[in-house]
Design a protein around this ligand. Structure first.
Ligand code: SF4
Length: 475
């Protein structure tokens, strides 16, 4: 464990999956050329949106639930230090061991060491954003341990040597023909006559995974919630693979972001209503697994909880940005985002795509390392309306845009504009010049360089025939 004195650190470079190889505009440009990807995304996001909207409409107190979820998360952020210490004490008292990881490097080293001490050479994994964030699979493989993803979509991503592109549906960018190809190429013991019928593909994965569940003694999971009052951890999932990982092995290692703590058991009542309706469009999660430390003779007999910071304290330090830590990873904001629906998740370069990724990733890494992400939005506000814990993503995007360092030409143009607007005579002359430019035919052609980038994707507003000053003078 490392003790930090001074400002909280951002997530380190060179490890994990929070930074892309190219900027968002460059990566989006490639993604937009892929028709198949756009068809897959449109179909999936439209289906989830419709389903979610129908079950949300059944609840008369949905807005009150959203407000309660938001208030609970704000309370957690204001009391994070004491809640985490309470969680540590309760988990320890129940027979678990708690480890504190300042960043991805520490978390990966802790998990690798714990697995090595069991003598196992492979682990089964429950779908977990935190372990994707820190690049745990890559670290385990480098250390000679084979990680096997057991969520169907994560398995498709892993076997395809791919990256997840959606928080909830990591293989949203793949269709069934592509999945068949991946299974035929990479799944051990697969039937060579495999078809692309979805039940057949699911059965192939189930057969492979059943054998793996029964022969692996160590599991790694994330956690949706950690209850400070009791030391209970909770994982919600849809396939039952999580339940197998959390109950069958001898050793369970859970990596949990520090923001996932909730004060008490009744708080789950709010989140377990919000999460399934906003994410999968279900009234309740098919599988909700909870455990408290170790129970002799029942379930894993060794339990380790790794509490992960990796930039979260830096996010917490910014009062205007910290609400990004309220996220319960439902993915509703992705499914309503017009930008995400066209580019998909890979364009964001981070394991957290879509609107929440555009505000969370730059804060975890420091804005300079993800400077294009706060601009990956039209600021339409659909994400704010959809978020079950009322995170005001559009305001946060504007806040982060102000932290990005802007090109010298843009800064000079803004200074000149501010000076002009501050001097009425100069402003009137500028208006007359704009009118002349319109008459001279610049209309519809955008701005000249170096400002042409601004109008490359926006319409230049038309200068009116008569300005307000002219109108006023004429009276
Ligand atoms: S920001 Fe809100 S809508 Fe988006 S994933 Fe997080 S909780 Fe869900």
């Amino acid at each position: 464990m490392t003790t930090f004195l001074g400002m909280p650190a951002t997530a380190p470079r060179g490890v994990g999956n929070l930074r892309g190889d190219e900027t968002f505009p460059a990566a989006a440009h490639h993604a937009l050329a892929d028709d198949q990807l756009r068809r897959n995304l449109r179909h999936a996001t439209t289906t989830i949106r419709g389903k979610s909207g129908r079950v949300i409409a059944e609840l008369p107190d949905w807005q009150e639930l959203r407000s309660a979820g938001s208030a609970l998360k704000a309370f957690v952020m204001a009391n994070l230090d004491s809640l985490l210490e309470q969680l540590e004490a309760r988990v320890t008292a129940a027979g678990g061991v708690v480890h504190w990881a300042a960043d991805a490097n520490e978390a990966n080293a802790i998990v690798l060491d714990l697995i090595r001490r069991t003598g196992s050479e492979r682990v089964i994994k429950v779908k977990s954003m935190a372990t994707q964030e820190i690049g745990l699979n890559e670290a385990l493989e480098a250390g000679g341990i084979q990680p096997i993803e057991t969520d169907l979509a994560e398995l498709i991503v892993q076997l395809g040597n791919d990256k997840p592109s959606h928080i909830l549906v990591p293989a949203i960018h793949r269709n069934r023909a592509e999945i068949r190809e991946i299974f035929l190429k990479s799944m051990p013991g697969v039937d060579p006559d495999l078809t692309d019928d979805p039940p057949v593909l699911a059965a192939a994965a189930r057969k492979y995974l059943r054998e793996t569940f029964l022969s692996t003694t160590v599991a790694v999971s994330g956690a949706n919630f950690g209850i400070a009052e009791t030391g209970t951890l909770a994982v919600v999932e849809s396939e039952g693979n999580g339940r197998m990982c959390l109950t069958l092995p001898d050793t369970l290692i859970t990596v949990m972001g520090i923001e996932k703590v909730v004060p008490s058991w009744p708080d789950l009542e709010v989140f377990l209503q919000l999460l399934p309706r906003a994410s999968t469009g279900e009234r309740m999660n098919p599988y909700t697994t909870m455990w408290t430390g170790v129970t002799p003779g029942d379930g894993p007999q060794n339990f380790h909880l790794v509490l992960l910071d990796n930039g979260r304290s830096a996010v917490l330090a910014d009062p205007a940005g910290r609400a990004a830590l309220h996220c319960i990873r439902c993915s509703a904001c992705l499914n309503v985002c017009p930008v995400y629906e066209r580019t998909g998740g890979h364009a964001y370069g981070s394991v957290y795509p879509g609107p929440i990724g555009a505000v969370l990733s730059p804060q975890l890494t420091g804005v300079a390392d993800n400077a294009s992400l706060p601009y990956a939005s039209s600021l339409c506000g659909a994400c704010f309306d959809a978020c079950p814990v009322k995170i005001d993503i559009p305001s946060m995007l504007v806040h982060l845009r102000n932290k990005v360092s802007h090109p010298a030409a843009e800064r000079a143009a803004m200074r000149a504009a501010a000076y002009t607007m501050d001097h009425p005579k100069l402003y009137a002359r500028a208006q007359r010049a704009a009118k002349l430019a319109r008459i001279a035919g610049r209309r519809g052609r955008g701005l000249p360089p170096p400002f042409s980038g601004w109008t490359a994707s926006r319409d230049l507003p038309e200068v009116p025939q008569q300005t307000f000053r002219d109108w006023w003078a004429s009276r």
